[in-house]
Design a protein around this ligand. Structure first.
Ligand code: C2E
Ligand code: CA
Ligand code: CA
Ligand code: CA
Length: 278
């Protein structure tokens, strides 16, 4: 089997440019990644722009491949989705993030919202709310401290979205729309679905100070969120100018390299514990 794997890799080597690893190879290896502890989570702070304090964290998945090193999630999550592996991987993510949240809570940090990304497959699984309920209970984390990030494309089937989101709300979790404005934005679902927060896509933040249209769109999203009584967060904030522009527009929560890249739990505590003491 090992020999077969090797010849497979050699066969595809000429097509690899170092960046785009062959899909077949990754698909094969992803099955082992979960069992062999190659997956981990890093955490990026969500900062209050008025107080400067950390109010939340987003958990982001990492895969350290034994031969190829770090593989970005954009490369392996689509594969995990196609193969169905995203269901067990997604559960692992939820469980790990909740366990980590509990550890931080016990050591006196927080309270923090912990944001976890849901994949389409997970969102369409029949028992999502039940699974999440069990994971929260096992970890001893209050449901209100878990925020689930979903994307607009998952809302296309409004009926399904309604059923699933209501079950998650009943559990007590918060719901955020990730990458807001990037996809198929429908005002219909904002009216009809139980959503707590809009996460403004970073493509609108990038040229915020120089692009009048982006500036207008961001202002509009913020004021719409306010009128609908939704919370709002900006992602991909990289400069002080962007963060100040957001504050002027009354967006008070942000995430981005300006504050911190995603960090391992160890680094996170080292750098931020003073900002998290409740
Ligand atoms: P996302 O949910 O939109 O996550 C934000 C991405 O932006 C992260 O990339 C983060 O590292 C990056 N980022 C943070 N601050 C900045 C900034 O200031 N500038 C720029 N240019 N980028 C910034 P990452 O970790 O590579 O994740 C990429 C995507 O993979 C995520 O986008 C999400 O869609 C997906 N993903 C990551 N972890 C998970 C997971 O556990 N489950 C699922 N279903 N998807 C995940
Ligand atoms: Ca996200
Ligand atoms: Ca996002
Ligand atoms: Ca995304």
């Amino acid at each position: 089997e090992a020999k077969q794997k090797k010849s497979l890799k050699q066969f595809f080597q000429p097509f690899m440019d170092g960046k785009a690893l062959n899909r077949l190879v990754l698909e094969n290896d992803l099955f082992e990644a979960l069992q062999q502890n190659q997956l981990s989570l890093v955490y990026q702070p969500q900062v209050n722009l008025i107080t400067g304090r950390i109010e939340g964290l987003e958990a982001l998945l990492r895969w350290r491949h034994p031969q190829h090193g770090w593989i970005p999630p954009d490369q392996f999550i689509p594969i995990a989705e196609d193969t169905g592996l995203m269901i067990p991987i997604g559960e692992w993510v939820l469980r790990s993030a909740c366990q980590q949240a509990k550890l931080w809570q016990e050591s006196g940090l927080g309270p923090l919202d912990i944001a976890v990304n849901l994949s389409t497959r997970q969102f369409y699984a029949q028992n999502l709310a039940e699974t999440i309920g069990e994971i929260l209970e096992e970890a001893g984390v209050h449901p209100a401290n878990l925020e689930l990030e979903i994307t607009e494309s998952m809302m296309m089937n409004v009926e399904h979205a309604q059923t699933t989101l209501q079950a998650l709300k009943k559990l007590g979790c918060k719901i955020a729309i990730d990458d807001f404005g990037k996809g198929y934005s429908s005002l219909y679902y904002l009216r009809h679905l139980p959503i707590d927060r809009l996460k403004i896509d970073r493509s609108f933040i990038r040229d915020l100070e120089h692009n009048h249209r982006d500036d207008t769109i961001v202002s509009t999203i913020i004021s719409m969120a306010e009128h609908l009584q939704l919370e709002v967060i900006a992602e991909g904030v990289e400069t002080i100018q962007q963060s100040e522009a957001l504050r002027r527009k009354q967006c008070y929560r942000a995430q981005g390299y300006l504050f911190s890249p995603p960090l391992t739990p160890e680094l996170f505590v080292q750098q931020f514990s003073r900002l998290m003491i409740s």
